[in-house]
Design a protein around this ligand. Structure first.
Ligand code: ADP
Length: 537
């Protein structure tokens, strides 16, 4: 027997119209200190809707964005899916080759690009015949705009379009909740980039999952700063989450300059901010110079957050970095860390250990670990290490325009390529990415654990451990390290520091000191670049 509840669709159009109705006065602040209300943002979205119609962008077409975190980008986040088009947010740090591959593969019909970023993408325009229009958002540094009939101006487009007066949500049927709403490509570290195609339903459920109290738990009184770029897996859902909750948003542009970000946090009294660990590392030395007394929650993910880094923030402002694990394929939040009531009486060291874990799965997300060779499920005992697999309503079930792909199991779970343990309380601890694990003399060494140990030395700012081929042991660990300004730690000192923390045979064969380490397009440390540089790929 079926239930008798109303079969209403879950849509991003609802997020938009809810904010327009309930939180019209709440504001969105941008890098240029421009302040607009949600009512004004929604007004622009209504004009964008008719502008897209007059540009002839059909339903289902991909609309590319090549932009920093801005109010105009937010309008596209809302207006593109609310009108049944698909928002394809493009990583602004891609090589021309990857950029052209992705835009062509997605068949973007129109691309919206920050004025300041135009020089990065315009040289590719002639190799991207699918893109009929390039719409310039007047954000970022002032650059000369080429005189070309394909180029349009966003503000002009909006100001000359008549606003759509109807209900966006009303145009969705129940079946429409499964329509594609967004498209993000994975970084392509192990082959060509692959597109993850989110639906309205998956986006709304992910949003609700992260909104729940005790998780990220955004609420109306929050002021949310997504430092994580809006092209990096939907800025981890923070923009949609903030609007659903009625929280204010602070959108810092395309700059990751620490003084700029901390200045915004202080001036806007930001309560919640999210960024990858390399960004938190950059901000750490300056945190004490700012009044961050409004901050209640810092979110870190994308790669492991070293305990030492999280503790720096806890000591400085009383707020640790809450660990979250996720993937573009998981919309992206899969787990959320932090202590629970059962840890209240635990020792400080035990609590630190819990905070270092990647955390418990969000509601509706199922995780399991399996033996890499046999595929058999392993016990949740905190010891067994296996490949992490995930299933849930906001987990990808396939990739855009890719046929059979080994990323999914026969029973439909996503194979993450991560190695992890799960304990009896459901806490996930990531051991390593399968491809980053170091095999020495037949035994595995976790680069993540070694990095955490090295990062706990006060002089170390960045560290990445990679495998070097070794005739005797097959592979041996080599640590690449960047020291803080004025830091003087030597290889011997670092070795002495980590010796009590790891097994003897884990100790790196060499420490290579660099001023700074290479980063990926999403700001994580790039082991591929290090391997290439060391010619040991
Ligand atoms: P990319 O391949 O560009 O890094 P994603 O941003 O989707 O693409 O990265 C997902 C991967 O990042 C995960 O599979 C995992 O290896 C790593 N990761 C994400 N969050 C964490 C975390 N909190 N701790 C450790 N690793 C993480």
């Amino acid at each position: 027997m079926d239930g008798l509840m109303q079969p209403r669709p879950l849509t991003i159009a609802h997020i938009l119209e809810r904010a327009e109705r309930l939180f019209a006065h709440k504001d969105v602040v941008t890098a240029s200190a421009e302040r607009l209300t949600y009512a004004e943002v929604a007004g622009h979205v209504r004009c964008l809707a008719t502008a897209l119609d007059s540009l002839g962008v059909p339903a289902g077409a991909r609309v590319g964005t090549f932009a920093g975190n801005s109010r105009r980008h937010l309008e596209l986040y809302l207006g593109v899916p609310a009108t049944k088009r698909v928002l394809h947010s493009i990583n602004i740090r891609l090589s021309a080759e990857h950029l052209e591959y992705i835009v062509t593969h997605a068949e973007d019909d129109v691309v919206f690009v920050d004025r300041g970023l135009l020089p990065r993408i315009w040289p590719s325009a002639d190799r991207l015949p699918c893109v009929r229009h390039w719409v310039v958002l007047p954000d970022g540094t002032d650059t000369a705009i080429p005189a070309d009939p394909r180029i349009l101006d966003y503000d002009e487009l909006i100001s000359t379009a008549a606003p759509f007066e109807g209900s966006f949500e009303g145009a969705f049927s129940l079946a429409d909740e499964n329509l594609a709403s967004g498209l993000c490509y994975t970084s392509g570290t192990t082959g060509p980039p692959k597109g993850v195609l989110y639906s309205h339903r998956s986006t709304v459920l992910h949003c609700l999952g992260t909104l729940a109290a005790g998780l990220i738990g955004l609420c109306e009184s929050d002021v949310v700063l997504p430092i994580v770029p809006m092209f990096h897996a939907n800025a981890w859902g923070l923009p949609y989450g903030a609007m659903m909750a009625g929280a204010s948003l602070v959108l810092p542009g395309a700059s990751a300059d620490p003084a700029h970000l901390l200045g915004l946090m202080e001036a806007e009294r930001v309560t919640v901010a999210g960024a990858v660990p390399t960004v938190w590392t950059g901000l750490a030395p300056l945190v004490r110079d700012h009044d961050l007394s409004a901050t209640r929650f810092l979110l870190g993910g994308g790669s492991a957050v070293p305990s030492a880094l999280s503790e720096t923030y806890r000591a400085a402002i009383g707020v640790p970095i809450t660990h979250s694990w996720g993937m573009t394929e998981i919309s992206p939040v899969g787990t959320i860390g932090g202590t629970r009531t059962q840890h209240r009486d635990a020792s400080a060291a035990e609590q630190l250990g819990v905070r270092a874990a990647q955390g418990q799965p969000l509601p509706l997300v199922n995780v399991r670990i399996v033996d890499v060779e046999t595929g058999e499920e392993l016990p949740r005992d905190g010891n067994a290490v296996g490949e992490l697999q995930v299933a849930g309503p906001w987990v990808a079930g396939g990739y855009f325009r890719v046929d059979a792909d080994g990323s999914f199991t026969a029973d439909g779970w996503l194979r993450t390529g991560d190695l992890a343990t799960l304990d009896a309380e459901g806490y996930l601890r990531l051991v390593d990415r399968m491809k980053d694990l170091i095999k020495s003399g037949g035994e595995w060494i976790s680069s993540v654990e070694l990095e955490a140990a090295i990062a706990s030395h006060p002089d170390v700012v960045e560290v990445a451990v990679i495998a070097r081929p070794d005739p005797r042991w097959m592979e041996r660990p080599v640590a690449y390290v960047a020291l803080r300004e004025g830091g003087a730690a030597t290889a011997e000192e670092l070795l002495a520091h980590i010796t009590p923390m790891v097994a003897k045979w884990w100790l790196p064969d060499e420490f290579v000191f660099r001023a700074t380490l290479p980063k990926t397009g999403t700001g994580k440390l790039s082991k591929i670049a290090l391997r290439d540089a060391a010619r040991i790929a």
